[in-house]
Write a protein that binds this ligand. Structure first.
Ligand SMILES: [Zn+2]
Length: 318
């Protein structure tokens, strides 16, 4: 029998329950929703978590769509799933944990005696470290972004190639291969020997069905390739960026994009104009470096210096 919090499952069964991480301000227990899918046959363990950022719902959509399709009697190995990591942020549909104003994916591996975010990170990290592979489902928050997968360890990390392989298997078509900030699960778990990726499933307010389906395909690819399920997976070449350049607004006004998400841009190609409300172009911003238009703001209005878009640079294919 495998257990995760109050969820448990015998071989060939699915169990759901709660992973206790503390109490709310009125003393009510806080339990993250968890699921165990215990395969009829032995095999690897995959850990999947979603909504580490409380406004990033596409990963929850992936679990909601994909888990009913996984038949435990056909499965080899174990799936351990935490459906909502940022419990407090999810209640209010905000990115950070409002109790301690912290971004959860900056405090891994967490602290059992720490703040609410550190305690949640610790509790989920104890699950992640038991696994053979980890998927930490994210998205570009509520901005607009292509579907991509991030590798957050450095290229010199001993697990870099294993993470790169996992990203290729997930197979959204785009990979950002760039060491991430301290405290990310996709950095902390590889330090414990567990290959981990950070699929970034588009960007949306609420659900984006196209990005959710990309995530469902990615999860099913992982289950097939690593022999949890008996289906063949053909690996496709992935477009990889190793740099990421932010562009901010040089003037206040309204942004008008000159390239679409996913477009290849060359050095000095126009990325966007900033116009006044009467349509007069005040500034045009060009790509300082060639690459792929990767992410952009959702709302058109900007103040001087405000974030507008990001270009994935240093692009190749693997
Ligand atoms: Zn995120």
């Amino acid at each position: 029998m495998t257990t995760l919090g109050t969820a448990s499952a015998e071989p060939g069964e699915v169990g759901t329950g709660r992973l206790h991480v503390g109490e709310t301000r009125d003393g009510s227990p806080v339990g993250l929703p968890v699921c165990v899918v215990e395969g009829a046959d032995p095999g690897k363990t995959l850990y999947v978590q979603a909504a580490s950022d409380g406004d990033e719902l596409n990963g929850v959509g992936v679990l909601q769509r994909a888990l009913p399709q996984v038949d435990p009697t056909e499965l080899s190995g174990t799936l351990l799933v935490v459906g909502v990591v940022n419990y407090y942020g999810f209640q209010q549909a905000v990115h950070r944990n409002p109790v301690d104003d912290t971004k959860l994916n900056r405090v891994y591996p967490g602290d059992p005696e720490g703040t609410t975010s550190e305690r949640i990170a610790h509790a989920t990290f104890q699950v992640a470290r038991q696994a053979d592979l980890v998927l930490d489902l994210h998205q570009g928050s509520t901005s607009r972004m292509i579907d991509e997968v991030r590798i957050r360890v450095s290229r010199r990390h001993r697990l870099h190639d294993k993470c790169l392989e996992l990203a290729k298997v997930f197979g959204t078509g785009y990979v950002l291969d760039q060491k991430g900030p301290d405290g990310q699960l996709a950095r902390a778990a590889p330090d414990e020997g567990v290959p981990t990726i950070d699929p970034e499933l588009g960007g949306a307010v609420g659900f984006d069905e196209g990005s959710i389906q990309a995530g469902v395909r990615g999860l099913m690819n992982v289950l097939g390739y690593y022999e949890f399920l008996d289906h063949d997976v053909e690996l496709a070449p992935q477009v990889r960026a190793r740099g990421f350049t932010r562009h901010n607004a040089p003037a206040g006004g309204l942004v008008r994009f000159r390239a679409d998400l996913g477009d290849r841009v060359s050095r000095d190609d126009p990325l966007f104009d900033v116009t006044d409300v009467f349509g007069t172009v005040r500034e045009t911003v060009t790509a300082g470096e060639g690459g792929i238009l990767w992410r952009s703001r959702r709302l058109p209005q900007v103040a001087t210096g405000e974030y507008v878009c990001s270009v994935g640079t240093d692009v190749d294919e693997y």
